[in-house]
Design a protein around this ligand. Structure first.
Ligand code: IMP
Ligand code: MG
Length: 177
Protein backbone atom coordinates (compact mmCIF):
# COMPACT_ATOMS: atom_id res chain seq x y z
CA UNK A 1 0.00 0.00 0.00
CA UNK A 2 1.15 3.53 -0.76
CA UNK A 3 1.01 6.32 1.75
CA UNK A 4 -0.78 9.48 0.61
CA UNK A 5 2.52 11.33 0.57
CA UNK A 6 3.65 9.13 -2.30
CA UNK A 7 0.78 10.28 -4.52
CA UNK A 8 1.04 13.66 -6.25
CA UNK A 9 -1.74 15.35 -8.19
CA UNK A 10 -1.32 15.15 -11.94
CA UNK A 11 -4.78 16.34 -13.02
CA UNK A 12 -7.00 18.00 -10.41
CA UNK A 13 -10.71 17.26 -10.13
CA UNK A 14 -11.93 20.55 -11.63
CA UNK A 15 -9.67 20.31 -14.68
CA UNK A 16 -10.60 16.68 -15.19
CA UNK A 17 -14.34 17.19 -14.86
CA UNK A 18 -14.35 20.30 -17.08
CA UNK A 19 -12.69 18.27 -19.82
CA UNK A 20 -15.05 15.31 -19.34
CA UNK A 21 -18.02 17.70 -19.64
CA UNK A 22 -16.61 19.03 -22.94
CA UNK A 23 -16.27 15.46 -24.20
CA UNK A 24 -19.89 14.70 -23.27
CA UNK A 25 -21.12 17.77 -25.12
CA UNK A 26 -19.15 16.84 -28.23
CA UNK A 27 -20.46 13.26 -28.12
CA UNK A 28 -24.03 14.61 -27.85
CA UNK A 29 -23.52 16.57 -31.07
CA UNK A 30 -21.71 13.80 -32.94
CA UNK A 31 -24.22 11.06 -32.02
CA UNK A 32 -27.40 13.04 -32.38
CA UNK A 33 -29.97 10.84 -34.16
CA UNK A 34 -27.89 7.68 -33.65
CA UNK A 35 -28.44 4.75 -31.29
CA UNK A 36 -25.66 5.54 -28.85
CA UNK A 37 -24.61 2.82 -26.43
CA UNK A 38 -21.85 3.49 -23.92
CA UNK A 39 -19.90 0.37 -23.00
CA UNK A 40 -17.73 0.76 -19.93
CA UNK A 41 -14.76 -1.45 -19.20
CA UNK A 42 -15.01 -2.37 -15.53
CA UNK A 43 -13.79 -1.56 -13.08
CA UNK A 44 -11.47 1.25 -14.12
CA UNK A 45 -13.76 3.17 -16.48
CA UNK A 46 -16.73 3.27 -14.11
CA UNK A 47 -16.20 6.70 -12.54
CA UNK A 48 -15.25 8.27 -15.88
CA UNK A 49 -18.26 6.84 -17.70
CA UNK A 50 -20.70 7.95 -15.01
CA UNK A 51 -19.29 11.49 -15.05
CA UNK A 52 -19.27 11.56 -18.86
CA UNK A 53 -22.85 10.32 -19.10
CA UNK A 54 -24.07 13.25 -17.00
CA UNK A 55 -22.97 15.63 -19.76
CA UNK A 56 -24.52 13.61 -22.58
CA UNK A 57 -27.79 15.24 -23.54
CA UNK A 58 -29.13 12.68 -26.05
CA UNK A 59 -30.74 9.31 -25.19
CA UNK A 60 -28.14 6.60 -24.69
CA UNK A 61 -27.93 3.03 -23.47
CA UNK A 62 -25.27 1.83 -21.05
CA UNK A 63 -23.64 -1.54 -20.63
CA UNK A 64 -20.46 -2.90 -19.10
CA UNK A 65 -17.79 -5.49 -19.77
CA UNK A 66 -15.17 -7.12 -17.63
CA UNK A 67 -12.06 -8.17 -19.50
CA UNK A 68 -8.48 -9.04 -18.76
CA UNK A 69 -5.48 -9.09 -21.05
CA UNK A 70 -4.72 -12.66 -20.12
CA UNK A 71 -5.85 -15.20 -17.54
CA UNK A 72 -8.53 -17.83 -17.33
CA UNK A 73 -11.61 -16.03 -18.53
CA UNK A 74 -14.59 -17.68 -20.13
CA UNK A 75 -14.38 -16.44 -23.73
CA UNK A 76 -11.11 -15.67 -25.41
CA UNK A 77 -11.13 -12.92 -28.03
CA UNK A 78 -7.75 -12.12 -29.51
CA UNK A 79 -5.47 -11.31 -26.64
CA UNK A 80 -8.18 -10.75 -24.06
CA UNK A 81 -10.39 -12.89 -21.87
CA UNK A 82 -13.97 -11.75 -21.55
CA UNK A 83 -15.24 -12.37 -18.02
CA UNK A 84 -18.46 -10.42 -18.54
CA UNK A 85 -19.89 -9.51 -21.93
CA UNK A 86 -22.49 -6.84 -22.70
CA UNK A 87 -26.05 -7.85 -21.91
CA UNK A 88 -27.87 -5.61 -24.40
CA UNK A 89 -28.20 -6.43 -28.09
CA UNK A 90 -25.36 -4.73 -30.00
CA UNK A 91 -27.06 -4.94 -33.38
CA UNK A 92 -27.49 -1.59 -35.12
CA UNK A 93 -26.06 0.26 -32.10
CA UNK A 94 -23.40 2.93 -32.31
CA UNK A 95 -21.13 1.80 -29.54
CA UNK A 96 -18.72 4.06 -27.72
CA UNK A 97 -16.30 2.08 -25.59
CA UNK A 98 -15.41 4.05 -22.45
CA UNK A 99 -11.95 3.35 -21.04
CA UNK A 100 -9.98 4.76 -18.16
CA UNK A 101 -6.61 4.73 -19.89
CA UNK A 102 -5.02 3.40 -23.07
CA UNK A 103 -1.60 1.97 -22.52
CA UNK A 104 -0.40 -0.68 -25.01
CA UNK A 105 -3.75 -0.65 -26.81
CA UNK A 106 -4.08 -4.45 -26.77
CA UNK A 107 -7.28 -4.53 -24.71
CA UNK A 108 -9.14 -1.99 -26.82
CA UNK A 109 -8.25 -3.32 -30.21
CA UNK A 110 -9.51 -6.79 -29.22
CA UNK A 111 -12.64 -5.29 -27.63
CA UNK A 112 -13.44 -3.23 -30.70
CA UNK A 113 -13.30 -6.31 -32.94
CA UNK A 114 -15.42 -8.29 -30.50
CA UNK A 115 -18.20 -5.69 -30.43
CA UNK A 116 -18.18 -5.29 -34.21
CA UNK A 117 -18.58 -9.06 -34.54
CA UNK A 118 -21.78 -8.78 -32.46
CA UNK A 119 -23.35 -6.62 -35.16
CA UNK A 120 -22.78 -3.06 -33.94
CA UNK A 121 -23.12 -0.38 -36.64
CA UNK A 122 -20.03 1.37 -35.37
CA UNK A 123 -17.59 0.98 -32.52
CA UNK A 124 -15.51 3.96 -31.44
CA UNK A 125 -13.30 4.60 -28.47
CA UNK A 126 -13.51 7.25 -25.77
CA UNK A 127 -10.77 7.33 -23.17
CA UNK A 128 -10.18 9.53 -20.16
CA UNK A 129 -6.38 9.24 -20.42
CA UNK A 130 -3.94 8.15 -23.09
CA UNK A 131 -0.26 7.20 -22.77
CA UNK A 132 0.68 7.32 -26.48
CA UNK A 133 4.35 6.58 -25.84
CA UNK A 134 3.44 3.10 -24.58
CA UNK A 135 1.41 1.99 -27.61
CA UNK A 136 2.17 -1.46 -29.04
CA UNK A 137 -1.03 -1.99 -31.06
CA UNK A 138 -2.32 1.01 -33.10
CA UNK A 139 -5.73 2.19 -31.86
CA UNK A 140 -7.97 4.80 -33.41
CA UNK A 141 -9.19 6.99 -30.54
CA UNK A 142 -12.25 9.12 -31.26
CA UNK A 143 -12.31 11.02 -27.93
CA UNK A 144 -9.37 11.43 -25.60
CA UNK A 145 -9.46 13.45 -22.39
CA UNK A 146 -5.78 13.96 -21.69
CA UNK A 147 -2.57 12.65 -23.19
CA UNK A 148 -0.18 11.97 -20.32
CA UNK A 149 3.48 11.09 -19.95
CA UNK A 150 4.51 7.54 -19.12
CA UNK A 151 3.83 7.51 -15.37
CA UNK A 152 1.79 5.06 -13.37
CA UNK A 153 -1.39 6.91 -12.42
CA UNK A 154 -4.18 6.25 -9.92
CA UNK A 155 -7.54 7.75 -9.04
CA UNK A 156 -10.83 8.42 -10.82
CA UNK A 157 -11.27 4.68 -11.26
CA UNK A 158 -7.63 3.75 -11.79
CA UNK A 159 -6.09 1.48 -9.19
CA UNK A 160 -2.84 0.40 -7.70
CA UNK A 161 -3.38 -3.06 -6.20
CA UNK A 162 -7.18 -2.42 -6.27
CA UNK A 163 -6.81 0.72 -4.13
CA UNK A 164 -7.13 4.46 -4.89
CA UNK A 165 -9.95 4.09 -7.44
CA UNK A 166 -12.02 6.46 -5.30
CA UNK A 167 -9.62 9.42 -5.45
CA UNK A 168 -11.52 12.25 -7.18
CA UNK A 169 -8.43 13.35 -9.16
CA UNK A 170 -5.63 11.72 -11.18
CA UNK A 171 -2.54 11.18 -9.10
CA UNK A 172 0.82 9.70 -9.95
CA UNK A 173 3.02 7.58 -7.82
CA UNK A 174 6.10 9.54 -6.83
CA UNK A 175 9.25 7.46 -7.06
CA UNK A 176 11.47 7.55 -3.94
CA UNK A 177 14.42 9.95 -4.41
P1 IMP B 1 -3.66 -1.85 -22.44
O1 IMP B 1 -3.90 -0.58 -23.22
O2 IMP B 1 -4.26 -3.06 -23.09
O3 IMP B 1 -2.19 -2.05 -22.17
O4 IMP B 1 -4.32 -1.83 -21.03
C1 IMP B 1 -4.83 -0.71 -20.46
C2 IMP B 1 -5.30 -1.08 -19.07
O5 IMP B 1 -4.17 -1.23 -18.20
C3 IMP B 1 -6.12 0.04 -18.48
O6 IMP B 1 -7.49 -0.12 -18.76
C4 IMP B 1 -5.80 -0.06 -17.01
O7 IMP B 1 -6.68 -1.00 -16.41
C5 IMP B 1 -4.39 -0.59 -16.96
N1 IMP B 1 -3.40 0.52 -16.81
C6 IMP B 1 -2.55 0.98 -17.74
N2 IMP B 1 -1.80 2.00 -17.28
C7 IMP B 1 -2.22 2.20 -16.00
C8 IMP B 1 -1.85 3.17 -14.97
O8 IMP B 1 -0.98 4.04 -15.14
N3 IMP B 1 -2.50 3.07 -13.80
C9 IMP B 1 -3.48 2.13 -13.56
N4 IMP B 1 -3.86 1.23 -14.49
C10 IMP B 1 -3.23 1.26 -15.70
MG1 MG C 1 -9.12 -0.64 -17.76
Amino acid sequence: MLSDSQIDVMIDQQTLEDRIAQMGKQISVDYDGKQLMLVGVLKGACMFMMQLSKSITIPCMMDFMVVSSYGNGTVSSGNISIHKDIEENAEAKDILICEDIIDTGRTLEALRKHLLSKGASSVKICTMLDKPSRRVVPVEVAYSGFKIRDEFVVGYGLDYGQLYRNLPYIGFVRQPE
